[in-house]
Design a binder for this molecule. Structure first.
Ligand code: HEC
Ligand code: HEC
Length: 304
Protein backbone atom coordinates (compact mmCIF):
# COMPACT_ATOMS: atom_id res chain seq x y z
CA UNK A 1 0.00 0.00 0.00
CA UNK A 2 1.24 3.50 -0.84
CA UNK A 3 2.24 5.19 2.41
CA UNK A 4 1.22 8.61 1.21
CA UNK A 5 -2.20 8.28 -0.42
CA UNK A 6 -2.91 4.89 1.25
CA UNK A 7 -4.25 3.44 -2.04
CA UNK A 8 -3.37 -0.21 -2.60
CA UNK A 9 -3.13 0.20 -6.38
CA UNK A 10 -1.09 3.44 -6.39
CA UNK A 11 1.52 2.95 -9.10
CA UNK A 12 3.59 6.02 -8.21
CA UNK A 13 4.56 4.83 -4.79
CA UNK A 14 7.82 6.64 -3.86
CA UNK A 15 6.99 9.49 -6.21
CA UNK A 16 3.38 9.87 -4.98
CA UNK A 17 2.68 13.44 -3.88
CA UNK A 18 -0.84 12.94 -2.56
CA UNK A 19 -1.20 12.72 1.18
CA UNK A 20 -4.15 11.59 3.24
CA UNK A 21 -6.11 14.16 5.16
CA UNK A 22 -4.64 13.58 8.60
CA UNK A 23 -6.68 15.15 11.34
CA UNK A 24 -4.73 18.09 12.73
CA UNK A 25 -6.12 19.85 15.78
CA UNK A 26 -4.87 23.13 17.17
CA UNK A 27 -3.17 22.51 20.55
CA UNK A 28 -5.89 24.25 22.56
CA UNK A 29 -8.48 21.77 21.25
CA UNK A 30 -6.53 18.81 22.62
CA UNK A 31 -6.67 20.18 26.17
CA UNK A 32 -9.15 18.32 28.36
CA UNK A 33 -9.40 20.72 31.32
CA UNK A 34 -11.68 23.34 29.63
CA UNK A 35 -14.31 20.60 29.53
CA UNK A 36 -14.50 20.84 33.32
CA UNK A 37 -15.73 24.44 32.91
CA UNK A 38 -18.26 23.35 30.24
CA UNK A 39 -19.44 20.52 32.50
CA UNK A 40 -19.80 22.87 35.47
CA UNK A 41 -21.82 25.35 33.36
CA UNK A 42 -24.11 22.94 31.57
CA UNK A 43 -24.17 19.47 33.14
CA UNK A 44 -24.34 19.95 36.89
CA UNK A 45 -22.83 17.48 39.30
CA UNK A 46 -25.70 15.26 40.37
CA UNK A 47 -26.12 11.60 39.47
CA UNK A 48 -29.53 10.17 38.66
CA UNK A 49 -31.93 10.46 41.56
CA UNK A 50 -35.23 8.61 41.53
CA UNK A 51 -38.40 10.72 41.73
CA UNK A 52 -40.23 9.52 44.89
CA UNK A 53 -43.59 10.71 43.51
CA UNK A 54 -43.38 8.24 40.60
CA UNK A 55 -43.45 4.45 40.64
CA UNK A 56 -40.50 2.11 40.03
CA UNK A 57 -41.33 1.51 36.36
CA UNK A 58 -41.42 5.25 35.54
CA UNK A 59 -38.12 5.74 37.36
CA UNK A 60 -36.56 2.86 35.44
CA UNK A 61 -37.70 4.52 32.17
CA UNK A 62 -36.29 7.88 33.32
CA UNK A 63 -32.96 6.21 34.18
CA UNK A 64 -32.75 4.61 30.72
CA UNK A 65 -33.93 7.61 28.65
CA UNK A 66 -32.20 10.44 30.56
CA UNK A 67 -28.98 8.46 31.02
CA UNK A 68 -27.98 5.29 29.22
CA UNK A 69 -30.18 5.71 26.13
CA UNK A 70 -28.74 9.13 25.25
CA UNK A 71 -32.10 9.90 23.67
CA UNK A 72 -31.69 13.59 24.49
CA UNK A 73 -28.41 13.81 22.56
CA UNK A 74 -30.46 13.90 19.35
CA UNK A 75 -34.03 14.68 20.43
CA UNK A 76 -33.37 17.66 22.79
CA UNK A 77 -32.73 21.11 21.24
CA UNK A 78 -29.30 22.61 21.95
CA UNK A 79 -28.18 26.00 23.23
CA UNK A 80 -25.46 28.41 22.06
CA UNK A 81 -22.62 26.26 23.46
CA UNK A 82 -24.05 23.08 21.88
CA UNK A 83 -25.35 22.13 25.31
CA UNK A 84 -28.58 20.13 25.57
CA UNK A 85 -31.17 22.64 26.79
CA UNK A 86 -32.57 20.16 29.31
CA UNK A 87 -31.41 16.88 30.77
CA UNK A 88 -34.52 15.55 32.47
CA UNK A 89 -38.30 15.47 32.55
CA UNK A 90 -38.39 18.65 34.68
CA UNK A 91 -38.18 20.91 31.61
CA UNK A 92 -40.56 21.22 28.61
CA UNK A 93 -37.49 21.45 26.31
CA UNK A 94 -36.42 17.89 27.16
CA UNK A 95 -36.90 15.65 24.07
CA UNK A 96 -38.85 18.47 22.37
CA UNK A 97 -37.25 17.80 18.95
CA UNK A 98 -33.93 18.92 17.46
CA UNK A 99 -31.93 19.08 14.27
CA UNK A 100 -28.62 17.25 14.33
CA UNK A 101 -26.34 16.34 11.45
CA UNK A 102 -28.91 16.90 8.72
CA UNK A 103 -31.73 14.93 10.38
CA UNK A 104 -34.55 16.31 12.48
CA UNK A 105 -35.17 14.06 15.50
CA UNK A 106 -38.84 14.76 16.29
CA UNK A 107 -40.43 15.49 19.64
CA UNK A 108 -40.83 12.43 21.87
CA UNK A 109 -43.34 14.31 24.06
CA UNK A 110 -47.13 14.07 23.78
CA UNK A 111 -47.43 16.60 20.92
CA UNK A 112 -50.47 15.46 18.93
CA UNK A 113 -49.18 16.00 15.36
CA UNK A 114 -45.39 16.14 15.59
CA UNK A 115 -44.75 14.02 18.68
CA UNK A 116 -45.89 10.77 20.24
CA UNK A 117 -49.36 12.09 21.24
CA UNK A 118 -51.09 9.62 18.91
CA UNK A 119 -48.93 6.61 19.86
CA UNK A 120 -49.95 3.98 22.39
CA UNK A 121 -47.30 2.62 24.77
CA UNK A 122 -47.40 -0.70 22.87
CA UNK A 123 -46.61 1.18 19.64
CA UNK A 124 -43.59 2.91 21.25
CA UNK A 125 -42.31 -0.52 22.34
CA UNK A 126 -42.93 -1.98 18.85
CA UNK A 127 -40.98 0.88 17.19
CA UNK A 128 -37.99 0.54 19.52
CA UNK A 129 -38.00 -3.25 19.20
CA UNK A 130 -38.51 -3.64 15.44
CA UNK A 131 -37.83 -0.21 13.87
CA UNK A 132 -41.39 -0.01 12.52
CA UNK A 133 -45.00 0.47 13.56
CA UNK A 134 -48.18 1.75 11.94
CA UNK A 135 -46.98 5.38 12.26
CA UNK A 136 -43.55 5.17 10.64
CA UNK A 137 -40.18 3.46 10.15
CA UNK A 138 -36.80 4.29 11.64
CA UNK A 139 -34.33 5.94 9.29
CA UNK A 140 -31.51 8.50 9.30
CA UNK A 141 -29.60 8.58 12.57
CA UNK A 142 -32.41 6.67 14.37
CA UNK A 143 -31.46 3.69 12.21
CA UNK A 144 -28.21 3.33 14.20
CA UNK A 145 -30.18 3.34 17.46
CA UNK A 146 -32.42 0.51 16.18
CA UNK A 147 -29.67 -1.47 14.46
CA UNK A 148 -27.31 -1.42 17.43
CA UNK A 149 -29.25 -0.77 20.58
CA UNK A 150 -32.93 -0.77 21.55
CA UNK A 151 -34.03 -4.19 20.12
CA UNK A 152 -31.50 -5.74 22.53
CA UNK A 153 -33.28 -4.30 25.59
CA UNK A 154 -35.58 -6.56 27.60
CA UNK A 155 -39.36 -6.15 27.23
CA UNK A 156 -39.48 -4.79 30.79
CA UNK A 157 -36.97 -2.05 29.94
CA UNK A 158 -38.78 -1.14 26.70
CA UNK A 159 -42.08 -1.02 28.60
CA UNK A 160 -40.52 1.32 31.19
CA UNK A 161 -39.22 3.63 28.43
CA UNK A 162 -42.74 3.74 26.94
CA UNK A 163 -44.32 4.54 30.33
CA UNK A 164 -41.80 7.36 30.87
CA UNK A 165 -42.15 8.87 27.35
CA UNK A 166 -45.96 8.69 27.53
CA UNK A 167 -45.83 10.80 30.71
CA UNK A 168 -44.05 13.79 29.11
CA UNK A 169 -46.62 16.53 28.44
CA UNK A 170 -46.81 18.15 24.98
CA UNK A 171 -44.58 21.18 24.42
CA UNK A 172 -46.86 22.58 21.69
CA UNK A 173 -50.62 23.14 21.40
CA UNK A 174 -51.34 21.06 18.32
CA UNK A 175 -54.55 19.42 17.18
CA UNK A 176 -54.69 15.77 16.11
CA UNK A 177 -54.25 15.67 12.31
CA UNK A 178 -57.58 14.97 10.58
CA UNK A 179 -57.44 12.82 7.41
CA UNK A 180 -58.53 14.71 4.28
CA UNK A 181 -58.72 12.82 0.98
CA UNK A 182 -59.01 15.85 -1.35
CA UNK A 183 -55.41 15.52 -2.58
CA UNK A 184 -55.70 11.74 -3.05
CA UNK A 185 -58.95 12.08 -5.02
CA UNK A 186 -57.47 14.75 -7.31
CA UNK A 187 -54.41 12.55 -7.85
CA UNK A 188 -56.58 9.54 -8.80
CA UNK A 189 -58.83 11.60 -11.06
CA UNK A 190 -55.79 13.15 -12.74
CA UNK A 191 -57.07 16.68 -12.04
CA UNK A 192 -54.13 17.80 -9.88
CA UNK A 193 -52.00 19.76 -12.33
CA UNK A 194 -49.17 20.67 -9.94
CA UNK A 195 -45.73 19.34 -10.95
CA UNK A 196 -45.37 17.71 -7.51
CA UNK A 197 -48.48 15.58 -8.10
CA UNK A 198 -47.09 14.17 -11.36
CA UNK A 199 -43.77 13.32 -9.71
CA UNK A 200 -45.52 11.79 -6.68
CA UNK A 201 -47.73 9.68 -8.96
CA UNK A 202 -44.72 8.54 -10.98
CA UNK A 203 -42.22 7.88 -8.22
CA UNK A 204 -43.71 7.70 -4.75
CA UNK A 205 -47.29 6.43 -5.14
CA UNK A 206 -46.09 2.94 -5.99
CA UNK A 207 -44.93 2.40 -2.40
CA UNK A 208 -46.61 5.14 -0.35
CA UNK A 209 -50.00 4.87 -2.17
CA UNK A 210 -52.13 7.74 -3.52
CA UNK A 211 -53.65 8.35 -0.08
CA UNK A 212 -50.23 8.44 1.60
CA UNK A 213 -51.41 5.51 3.77
CA UNK A 214 -48.78 3.12 2.31
CA UNK A 215 -48.63 -0.37 3.80
CA UNK A 216 -47.20 -0.24 7.33
CA UNK A 217 -45.25 -1.50 9.13
CA UNK A 218 -42.67 -1.97 6.34
CA UNK A 219 -43.84 0.81 3.99
CA UNK A 220 -44.49 3.81 6.28
CA UNK A 221 -47.48 6.13 5.84
CA UNK A 222 -46.77 9.73 4.84
CA UNK A 223 -50.23 11.06 5.78
CA UNK A 224 -50.05 12.44 9.33
CA UNK A 225 -46.37 11.45 9.65
CA UNK A 226 -44.30 13.81 11.88
CA UNK A 227 -41.52 13.75 9.23
CA UNK A 228 -43.96 15.50 6.91
CA UNK A 229 -45.69 17.70 9.50
CA UNK A 230 -42.65 18.97 11.42
CA UNK A 231 -41.77 22.66 10.95
CA UNK A 232 -38.18 21.64 10.25
CA UNK A 233 -38.17 19.83 6.86
CA UNK A 234 -34.57 18.51 7.16
CA UNK A 235 -35.49 14.82 7.54
CA UNK A 236 -38.09 15.01 4.75
CA UNK A 237 -35.59 16.55 2.31
CA UNK A 238 -32.70 14.35 3.45
CA UNK A 239 -34.57 11.05 3.09
CA UNK A 240 -35.96 11.98 -0.35
CA UNK A 241 -32.49 12.94 -1.58
CA UNK A 242 -30.41 10.27 0.14
CA UNK A 243 -32.87 7.46 0.92
CA UNK A 244 -32.09 5.38 3.94
CA UNK A 245 -29.41 2.83 4.65
CA UNK A 246 -30.94 -0.55 5.57
CA UNK A 247 -32.50 -1.34 8.91
CA UNK A 248 -31.07 -4.64 10.13
CA UNK A 249 -32.81 -5.73 13.32
CA UNK A 250 -30.95 -8.55 15.08
CA UNK A 251 -29.55 -9.74 11.76
CA UNK A 252 -32.81 -9.43 9.76
CA UNK A 253 -32.76 -6.74 7.04
CA UNK A 254 -36.00 -4.90 6.24
CA UNK A 255 -37.67 -6.10 3.03
CA UNK A 256 -38.00 -2.61 1.49
CA UNK A 257 -35.80 0.46 1.32
CA UNK A 258 -36.58 4.04 0.57
CA UNK A 259 -34.77 4.79 -2.74
CA UNK A 260 -32.60 7.91 -3.13
CA UNK A 261 -33.46 10.64 -5.61
CA UNK A 262 -30.27 12.65 -5.16
CA UNK A 263 -29.37 12.47 -8.84
CA UNK A 264 -32.35 14.61 -9.71
CA UNK A 265 -32.44 18.38 -9.52
CA UNK A 266 -33.16 20.56 -6.52
CA UNK A 267 -36.25 21.85 -8.31
CA UNK A 268 -37.90 18.47 -8.56
CA UNK A 269 -36.92 17.55 -4.98
CA UNK A 270 -38.72 20.72 -3.95
CA UNK A 271 -41.82 19.69 -5.86
CA UNK A 272 -41.88 16.16 -4.46
CA UNK A 273 -41.67 17.42 -0.89
CA UNK A 274 -44.15 20.16 -1.82
CA UNK A 275 -46.73 17.63 -2.91
CA UNK A 276 -46.41 15.57 0.25
CA UNK A 277 -47.06 18.73 2.27
CA UNK A 278 -48.29 21.68 0.15
CA UNK A 279 -47.22 24.40 2.61
CA UNK A 280 -43.79 22.85 2.71
CA UNK A 281 -42.92 24.24 -0.72
CA UNK A 282 -43.49 27.81 0.45
CA UNK A 283 -41.56 27.17 3.68
CA UNK A 284 -38.60 25.75 1.82
CA UNK A 285 -38.53 28.64 -0.62
CA UNK A 286 -38.69 31.08 2.30
CA UNK A 287 -35.76 29.28 3.91
CA UNK A 288 -33.82 29.54 0.64
CA UNK A 289 -33.72 25.76 0.30
CA UNK A 290 -35.11 25.67 -3.21
CA UNK A 291 -32.49 27.86 -4.84
CA UNK A 292 -29.77 26.48 -7.02
CA UNK A 293 -26.40 26.23 -5.34
CA UNK A 294 -27.86 26.39 -1.86
CA UNK A 295 -30.63 23.85 -2.35
CA UNK A 296 -31.25 20.64 -0.44
CA UNK A 297 -29.04 18.61 -2.76
CA UNK A 298 -26.12 20.81 -1.78
CA UNK A 299 -26.96 20.98 1.91
CA UNK A 300 -27.57 17.28 2.31
CA UNK A 301 -25.15 16.00 -0.29
CA UNK A 302 -23.73 12.98 1.46
CA UNK A 303 -25.42 12.83 4.81
CA UNK A 304 -26.82 9.38 5.47
C1 HEC B 1 -28.28 9.49 16.95
C2 HEC B 1 -29.45 10.30 17.13
C3 HEC B 1 -30.63 9.68 17.86
C4 HEC B 1 -30.63 9.08 19.10
C5 HEC B 1 -29.46 8.84 20.04
C6 HEC B 1 -32.00 8.69 19.35
N1 HEC B 1 -32.80 9.07 18.28
FE1 HEC B 1 -34.79 8.66 18.08
N2 HEC B 1 -34.79 9.54 16.24
C7 HEC B 1 -33.70 10.17 15.65
C8 HEC B 1 -34.11 10.69 14.36
C9 HEC B 1 -33.23 11.47 13.38
C10 HEC B 1 -35.46 10.35 14.18
C11 HEC B 1 -36.36 10.68 12.96
C12 HEC B 1 -36.29 9.54 11.96
C13 HEC B 1 -37.21 8.40 12.30
O1 HEC B 1 -38.43 8.62 12.46
O2 HEC B 1 -36.68 7.27 12.45
C14 HEC B 1 -35.86 9.62 15.39
C15 HEC B 1 -37.14 9.08 15.61
C16 HEC B 1 -37.54 8.47 16.78
C17 HEC B 1 -38.87 7.98 17.03
C18 HEC B 1 -40.04 8.07 16.03
C19 HEC B 1 -40.73 9.37 16.28
C20 HEC B 1 -41.80 9.69 15.27
O3 HEC B 1 -42.62 10.57 15.61
O4 HEC B 1 -41.80 9.14 14.16
C21 HEC B 1 -38.89 7.46 18.31
C22 HEC B 1 -40.07 6.84 19.04
C23 HEC B 1 -37.56 7.62 18.84
N3 HEC B 1 -36.76 8.24 17.90
C24 HEC B 1 -37.20 7.24 20.12
C25 HEC B 1 -35.89 7.32 20.61
C26 HEC B 1 -35.49 6.86 21.93
C27 HEC B 1 -36.43 6.26 22.97
C28 HEC B 1 -34.14 7.07 22.03
C29 HEC B 1 -33.22 6.70 23.17
C30 HEC B 1 -33.20 5.31 23.51
C31 HEC B 1 -33.71 7.68 20.77
N4 HEC B 1 -34.80 7.83 19.95
C32 HEC B 1 -32.40 8.04 20.50
C33 HEC B 1 -32.43 10.26 16.17
C34 HEC B 1 -32.00 9.69 17.36
C1 HEC C 1 -39.60 1.24 -3.26
C2 HEC C 1 -40.58 1.81 -2.36
C3 HEC C 1 -40.52 3.31 -2.08
C4 HEC C 1 -40.63 4.36 -2.97
C5 HEC C 1 -40.80 4.30 -4.49
C6 HEC C 1 -40.58 5.57 -2.16
N1 HEC C 1 -40.42 5.25 -0.83
FE1 HEC C 1 -40.39 6.55 0.72
N2 HEC C 1 -40.00 5.00 2.00
C7 HEC C 1 -39.93 3.66 1.65
C8 HEC C 1 -39.52 2.88 2.82
C9 HEC C 1 -39.32 1.38 2.87
C10 HEC C 1 -39.35 3.81 3.87
C11 HEC C 1 -38.93 3.52 5.33
C12 HEC C 1 -37.45 3.82 5.48
C13 HEC C 1 -36.64 2.64 5.05
O1 HEC C 1 -36.83 1.55 5.62
O2 HEC C 1 -35.86 2.78 4.08
C14 HEC C 1 -39.68 5.12 3.32
C15 HEC C 1 -39.67 6.28 4.08
C16 HEC C 1 -40.08 7.51 3.60
C17 HEC C 1 -40.23 8.69 4.43
C18 HEC C 1 -40.00 8.74 5.94
C19 HEC C 1 -41.25 8.28 6.63
C20 HEC C 1 -41.02 7.48 7.90
O3 HEC C 1 -41.55 7.85 8.96
O4 HEC C 1 -40.31 6.48 7.87
C21 HEC C 1 -40.62 9.71 3.60
C22 HEC C 1 -40.93 11.15 4.00
C23 HEC C 1 -40.71 9.17 2.26
N3 HEC C 1 -40.38 7.83 2.30
C24 HEC C 1 -41.08 9.91 1.14
C25 HEC C 1 -41.03 9.38 -0.16
C26 HEC C 1 -41.24 10.19 -1.35
C27 HEC C 1 -41.56 11.69 -1.33
C28 HEC C 1 -41.10 9.34 -2.42
C29 HEC C 1 -41.14 9.69 -3.89
C30 HEC C 1 -40.18 10.67 -4.33
C31 HEC C 1 -40.84 8.01 -1.91
N4 HEC C 1 -40.80 8.08 -0.53
C32 HEC C 1 -40.66 6.87 -2.67
C33 HEC C 1 -40.20 3.13 0.40
C34 HEC C 1 -40.36 3.87 -0.75
Amino acid sequence: MCRRCTTISCARWRRCTKSTNRARFPVYLSLRWPLAIWNALFVGGTDFTANPQKDAQWNRGAYLVEGLGHCGACHTPRGWAFDEKALDAGSPSFLAGANLDGWYAPSLRQDLATGLGGWSQAEIVEFLKTGHNRHGSAYGSMRDVINNSTPYLTDDDLGSIAVYLASLPASTTEKTPVPDDTTAKALLAGTDATPGAAIYAGQCQFCHKETGAAAPPFLPPLAGNPTVLDKDPSSLINIVLNGSAPLVVKGNPSPYRMPQYRAQTDRSADRRCGHVHPQRLGQQRAAGLGQRGSGPAQKHRSRQ
